[in-house]
Design a protein around this ligand. Structure first.
Ligand SMILES: Cc1ncc(COP(=O)(O)O)c(C=O)c1O
Length: 456
């Protein structure tokens, strides 16, 4: 039996009525990928208020690697509810916070001594990583990359790249942020091709110290090991070790923003592991809380201790319920073999993707790492003109056929997969069937032979 079951026209009458209330009560700023209102969820499924069942390939934007409402997280939350809900770690500490910190100190790459500070969101973690890097290095500047997304608070937004809809109209942003092209091989800013490019985009960092900002002014370089919002781009294998080496040579910290790529999404606990790097600071969020708001800044102990007592904090950061959920989520990933499952889902997606690149000329590139996979859509494979309108149509077709998806990319032309890793094989295939039907519907099916996959 199919998992997707649409019983009413969608959105159904109850969702429509709620949307009217939402429009009157909530500003238009927060965007919705779908206009249906949720009633309940489980595993990789969402049921709406009209009784329609949707397959969820978005996972609340990558927050549900362990699935909707796993029994272990529910029971951890119930156990915590019996004890206390909120204390504020800055007033009365509690064990759950320390246990999450210990777990992340052990799971993040690098055998050196580490410490972890907990906050509520990815953006808040980015803000704090910048504070910590500046406190440690006593330098002001931060280098970020084109196509990066680091969040929506002001410093995070300053580091984020995409102008519309994220930055435009919200200027001015905090300063001392500099930006370089990313290793977006499909659209190389230098017009080069890997590997003959000799990683010009990574060595450009040295050049930037002459032409853009002095190395001795730079506190940190921040990058997403696999771009999330920017289009699920996994750079070539040696990219990060090259960047990392240059950073270390100049006493600059390397911050890995693993908000989207971390917590098992790519088949390893952290995408940095695929690249063999040990970031000085690593940021986790999204799936860390198993569905509850929790984010973390983990780093070298001496770096993390640079901020003075009272210099870091926040009322809700590391809330006891979120910590209980996180401990259960991290255990599920280990016990249920979700890292291997992520790799397997990536392989299944790549196999389908190969077929799509042959059958649909609009599929320009199939890429990703493990279960963090995507297709980039183009109007024409030769010109690589982004197919943003077509991508919207594909997402709309998927929604109309019961598959919840989200798009990505600076040009809005990437379909990304962030399906809960607990999805069954049958559900995953069912979802890919819908996506394939959407491609067939929207694309003009002219075969071509170009196939580019991850460089790893
Ligand atoms: C890589 C990355 N960094 C930071 C953020 C911001 O996280 P949050 O939305 O929890 O503030 C996101 C959110 O999508 C992200 O993908």
């Amino acid at each position: 039996m199919k998992s997707i079951q649409l019983k009413t026209e969608i959105p159904g009458p109850k969702s429509k009525a709620l949307m009217k209330r939402r429009e009157a009560a909530v500003p238009r700023g927060p965007y919705h990928a779908t206009p249906i209102f949720a009633a309940r969820s489980e595993g990789a499924m969402i049921e709406d208020v009209d009784g329609n069942k949707f397959l969820d390939f978005a996972g609340g934007i990558g927050c549900l690697n362990t699935g909707h409402r796993p029994a272990e997280i529910e029971s951890a939350l119930r156990g915590q509810i019996e004890k206390y809900l909120h204390l504020c770690f800055s007033v009365t500490p509690y064990e759950g916070y320390v246990a999450v910190a210990e777990k992340l100190n052990a799971l993040t790459p690098g055998k050196f001594a580490k410490k972890t500070f907990l906050v509520n969101s990815g953006a808040e973690a980015i803000e704090n990583a910048v504070k910590i890097a500046r406190a440690y290095t006593k330098r002001p500047s931060i280098i970020a990359f084109n196509d990066a997304f680091h969040g929506r608070t002001m410093m995070a937004l300053s580091l984020t790249s995409k102008t519309h809809p994220y930055k435009a109209g919200f200027e001015p942003f905090p300063g001392d942020v500099y930006r370089l092209p990313y290793a977006y091989c499909y659209r190389c800013s230098y017009g080069l091709t890997y590997p003959s490019c000799k990683l010009a985009c990574a060595t450009a960092l040295e050049d930037a110290f002459k032409r853009v900002v002095a190395a001795e002014s730079v506190a940190a370089v921040i990058a997403e090991p696999v771009l999330g919002e920017g289009g699920f781009i996994a750079p070539p294998k040696e990219y990060y070790s090259t960047l990392h080496e240059i950073c270390h040579k100049h006493g600059i910290l390397f911050i890995a923003d693993e908000v989207q790529s971390g917590i098992g999404r790519t088949g390893k606990f952290f995408a940095s592991e695929h690249y063999g790097i040990e970031p000085d600071i690593i940021i986790s969020a999204k799936s860390l809380g198993g569905g509850l708001p929790l984010a973390a800044v983990t780093g070298r102990a001496e770096v993390m201790d640079a901020a003075g007592v009272g210099g870091l904090g926040g009322t809700f950061g590391g809330n006891p319920l979120a910590c209980a959920a996180a401990l259960a989520a991290l255990e599920i990933i280990e016990k249920e073999g979700l890292l291997a499952r992520s790799t397997q889902l990536g392989q299944k997606f790549e196999a389908r993707g190969k077929r799509w690149t042959k059958n649909f000329q609009m599929v320009g590139e199939v890429r990703g790492l493990g279960g963090m996979c995507a297709i980039e859509l183009v109007k024409n494979p030769a010109t690589r003109e982004p197919a943003a309108d077509e991508t919207k149509k594909i997402a709309q077709y998927c929604y109309e056929h019961g598959l919840i998806t989200i798009t990505a990319g600076t040009y809005g032309n990437v379909m990304r997969i962030l399906v809960p890793l607990v999805v069954t094989d049958a559900q995953f295939e069912e979802g890919l069937d819908v996506l394939e039907a959407a491609l067939a519907q929207v694309s003009t099916a002219i075969p071509h032979n170009e196939l580019v996959t991850s460089n790893l």
